[in-house]
Design a protein around this ligand. Structure first.
Ligand code: HEC
Ligand code: HEC
Ligand code: HEC
Length: 203
C-alpha cells in the first residue's frame, strides 16, 4: 500500500519535471541504455510479454522462453546476462553460418586492432576473431568502419549515441557498462619516453 503510494508520487514528480517515469523508460526501446537498470524480474521476459512479439498470435506461445534457453549457458552480469563468446567457445551454442548449409563455418580473421585511448583508461582492443566467428565482414565494412586501422573516429560519446561499436554494443551485444571487455590492454607508459609520464607510472 505504502509502496504503491510512493510509486504514484514518484510518477507525479517525474511528470511534473517533464521526465518519463522510470517504469515507462525501461520498456521504451528509444532509450535502450536504461535496459541496464532493469530489475531482475523484468529481464529476458517470455516472448508474449517482450513487446516485440504479437501476444495475440498463437505462434508466440510456441516459442521457447529466453530464460529457459539461456539456463545452461555461461553467465555475464549485464545485457541479457549471457556470455555469448564463452558459450560459443565452449560449444554450448553452435550458430549456423549458412542457414541452408549446416557444414559451412565462419572464416574467422584473427586480427586485433588496438586503439590507444587518451587519459587513464586502458587502451581498447578490438578483436576481429570473436566478431568474425559470428558476423560477416560486410556487417561492419565499410558502412560502420572503413577497413583501415585508425581511419575511423571513435569516442565514448559516439558509442553511447549508437555509432561505431555502439551500433551493436548496448543493443544486441554486451553493453557499455562492461568497460574492461573493450578497454583491455594496459597502457605502454615507457613507449612515450616522457619523463613526466614515467614518474607518474612509477607512483
Ligand atoms: C564487428 C565489426 C567488424 C567486422 C565484422 C570486421 N571488421 Fe575489420 N575492422 C573493424 C574495426 C573496428 C577496424 C579498425 C578500424 C579503425 O581502427 O579505424 C577494422 C579494421 C580492419 C582492417 C584494417 C587493418 C589495418 O591494420 O589497417 C582490415 C584489413 C579488416 N578490418 C578486415 C576485415 C575482414 C577481412 C573482415 C571479415 C573476415 C572484417 N574485417 C570484419 C571492425 C570489423
Ligand atoms: C564496446 C566497447 C567499449 C566499451 C564497453 C567501453 N568503451 Fe570506452 N572507448 C571505446 C572506444 C572504441 C574508444 C575510442 C578509442 C579511440 O580514441 O580510438 C573509447 C574511449 C574511451 C575514453 C576516452 C575518451 C573518449 O570518450 O573517447 C574513455 C575515458 C572511456 N572510453 C571510458 C570508458 C568507460 C569508463 C567505460 C565503461 C563505463 C567504457 N569506456 C566502455 C570502447 C568502449
Ligand atoms: C556489428 C555489430 C558489432 C560491432 C559494430 C561491434 N561489435 Fe563487439 N561484439 C559484437 C557481438 C555480437 C559480440 C559477441 C556477443 C557479446 O559478447 O555480447 C561482440 C563481442 C565483442 C568482444 C568480445 C567479448 C568477449 O567476451 O570476448 C569485444 C572485446 C568487443 N566486442 C569489442 C568491440 C569494440 C571495441 C567495437 C568497436 C571498435 C565493437 N566491438 C564493435 C558485435 C559488434
Amino acid at each position: 500500500m505504502a509502496k504503491t503510494m510512493l510509486m504514484a508520487y514518484a510518477a507525479l514528480i517525474f511528470a511534473l519535471a517533464g521526465m518519463p517515469a522510470v517504469a515507462q523508460d525501461a520498456a521504451d526501446p528509444a532509450n535502450a541504455f536504461n535496459r541496464l537498470l532493469d530489475p531482475a524480474a523484468q529481464r529476458n521476459p517470455p516472448p508474449a510479454e517482450d513487446g516485440i512479439h504479437d501476444p495475440a498470435n498463437a505462434g508466440t506461445r510456441m516459442l521457447q522462453a529466453p530464460l529457459e534457453a539461456f539456463g545452461p549457458l555461461p553467465k555475464r552480469n549485464s545485457g541479457n546476462r549471457v556470455d555469448w563468446v564463452g558459450a560459443q567457445a565452449s560449444g554450448k551454442i553452435r550458430p549456423r553460418w549458412n542457414a541452408a548449409d549446416p557444414k559451412e563455418s565462419a572464416a574467422a580473421l584473427d586480427l586485433n586492432i588496438v586503439r590507444e585511448v587518451k587519459g587513464s583508461m586502458p587502451d581498447v582492443v578490438f578483436p576481429h576473431k570473436q566478431h568474425t566467428e559470428l558476423l560477416d565482414c560486410g556487417v561492419c565494412h565499410p558502412a560502420i568502419f572503413e577497413m583501415q586501422k585508425g581511419a575511423n573516429q571513435m569516442s565514448m560519446a559516439a558509442i553511447l549515441l549508437g555509432q561505431g561499436c555502439g551500433a551493436c554494443h548496448g543493443r544486441v551485444a554486451f553493453p557499455v557498462v562492461e568497460c574492461r571487455l573493450c578497454h583491455s590492454r594496459a597502457k605502454k607508459a615507457a613507449a612515450t619516453g616522457a619523463a613526466a609520464v614515467g614518474r607518474q607510472a612509477r607512483r
